[in-house]
Design a binder for this molecule. Structure first.
Ligand code: F0G
Length: 462
């Protein structure tokens, strides 16, 4: 039986949402060229497009907004971010930026250029794009277990260590600019990376003299899974686990719109305060983001970020949050809907290839499911599959993704048990009629990079 973990908070402010009719929704998604990013949010009932920047801030964070120091240089709020960041990550240098991809733009050109490679357990789409914008190439190196959604295994986000070493040897260590460890591994289903694997990745980096960069948008969720599932961590605090996780890396960038529960913000960190990369980080920050004591954020945003970083590692909160995903998963288990199992940190990744075996990867089954969910119940999700992967930058061919997921990304502290019941009911209803859905999608227009945000699609008539 599905069991719901009660909210460790009460609700102080609400936002009205509306439900359109099925006919209205069919029209709206057509007008949006069958791209969920093209919908107006007011036409969405339950918005699971992303867990990024969509969380509900706490009364402490809203109070913090009023305390924001808007000084151009040396703002008090900047020092609060530094104190909070140092306290959590144990890194000496902390730099605010306006969001995660801004951090990628600041850091990656310092390590990557044409002819270089970056290897990750799995790159997130913007992270991959920033590698490519440097002229370098991005290679995913996740363990094989991650590629089979129905196989229930812990830490499916792990780096494949033997494969990583093999890749470094084949490419030549001098051509590998960065090793990027994504925790949790978003594109593989929000799957965690074990402490053992973080340590092993770090040992490979040390052996070959490579920099280990942690892409840590969801580091707190990752720490929760380590505490729950990895031997020897049950009695440790989340904070101690986070400290150990980061002790193995050299640099990190964080989209704080996830585990720091802010609507906008990001953080960079460098473990060693004497690392010669720091002046270059500051210089890039000044050029792209703004002076390094505000990094593209207003003082009030930095204030809520400093507070949110601490709230994100609260164990009661993490227990409730992961519990929401498990509640939905239990309902799907009862109905035989396949998802990346066990559930990851920030949502459920439904296996659309299993739901629609009749639709091939290059007709985007995960996009088809996302559209069905919107038409069925006004739920907005997104494709994390071949549609998102795009085309090979060298050959222009459609890349076949290892996964065809439709992602239910759960905003933090926003939706209640009744909303989760609607999500489950919608998926189960679609599964019942899945065999009748024969038509895949075709792209009628796409931009050269990060196409899934803007591409236009239509149904293929068979
Ligand atoms: N890295 C990871 C692992 C991410 O999940 C994201 C964003 C970023 C970097 C970029 O951060 O959006 O603040 O610039 N993920 C969001 C998502 C957009 O929906 O998964 P950003």
């Amino acid at each position: 039986m599905a069991k719901y973990v009660p909210e460790p908070f009460r609700i102080k402010m609400v936002e009205k949402i509306k439900m359109l009719t099925k006919e209205e929704r069919a029209q709206k998604i057509k007008e949006a060229d069958y791209n969920l990013f093209g919908l107006r949010s007011e036409d969405v009932y339950i918005d699971l497009l992303t867990d990024s920047g969509t969380g509900a801030m706490s009364s402490d964070q809203w109070g913090g907004l009023m305390q924001g120091d808007e000084a151009y240089a040396g703002s008090k709020s900047y020092y609060n971010v530094i104190d909070s960041g140092r306290d959590i990550f144990g890194y000496e240098y902390i730099q605010p930026v306006h969001q995660g991809r801004a951090g990628e733009k600041v850091i990656f050109p310092l390590f990557l250029s044409k002819g270089k490679y970056a290897i990750s357990n799995t790159f997130f789409d913007t992270t991959r794009a920033h590698v490519e914008l440097c002229g370098a190439r991005a290679i995913d190196c996740v363990i094989e277990a991650a590629k089979n959604p129905a196989v229930r295994a812990p830490f499916k986000g792990n780096m494949d260590i033997p494969k990583l070493e093999k890749l470094i040897n084949e490419l030549g260590a001098e051509n590998v600019g960065l090793i990027v460890l994504t925790i949790t591994n978003n594109s593989a289903g929000g799957q965690p990376v074990s402490m053992e694997n973080i340590k092993a990745t770090s040992e490979v980096c040390k052996k070959y003299g490579l920099t280990m960069e942690i892409d840590c948008a969801r580091f707190a969720e990752n720490a929760y899974f380590i505490k729950r599932d990895e031997k020897g961590y049950q009695d440790k605090s989340i904070k101690d686990i986070v400290r150990e996780m980061f002790s193995y890396g050299d640099i990190f960038h964080m989209s704080s719109k996830k585990d720091a529960i802010v609507n906008m913000g990001g953080v960079l960190g460098v473990k060693d305060g004497n690392n010669p990369v720091i002046p270059n980080i500051k210089a890039n920050c000044v050029s792209y983001e703004g002076f390094y004591t505000y990094g593209g954020l207003s003082g009030r945003d930095m204030e809520s970020l400093a507070i949110g970083l601490q709230e994100g590692i609260d164990e009661d909160f993490l227990h409730y949050r992961i519990g929401q995903c498990e509640y939905l998963a239990a309902k799907l288990d009862e109905a035989g809907v396949i998802y990346q199992s066990p559930v990851g940190g920030h949502g459920l990744f439904i296996d659309a290839a299993a739901m629609f075996p009749q639709i091939p990867y290059n007709e985007f089954p995960a996009q088809v499911l996302a559209i069905e969910l919107y038409k069925e119940a006004g739920i907005r999700t997104c494709d994390i599959g071949s549609f998102m992967m795009g085309n090979d930058p060298d050959t222009g061919e459609q890349i076949k993704s290892d996964f065809e997921f439709t992602r239910f990304a759960i905003p933090r502290r926003v939706y209640t048990q009744a909303h989760f019941d609607i999500m489950a009911d919608a998926l189960i209803a679609i599964k019942k009629r899945a065999g009748e859905i024969k038509r895949g999608m075709r792209i009628t227009w796409e931009p050269p990079i990060l196409r899934h945000f803007q591409a236009k699609l239509e149904y293929i008539n068979k």
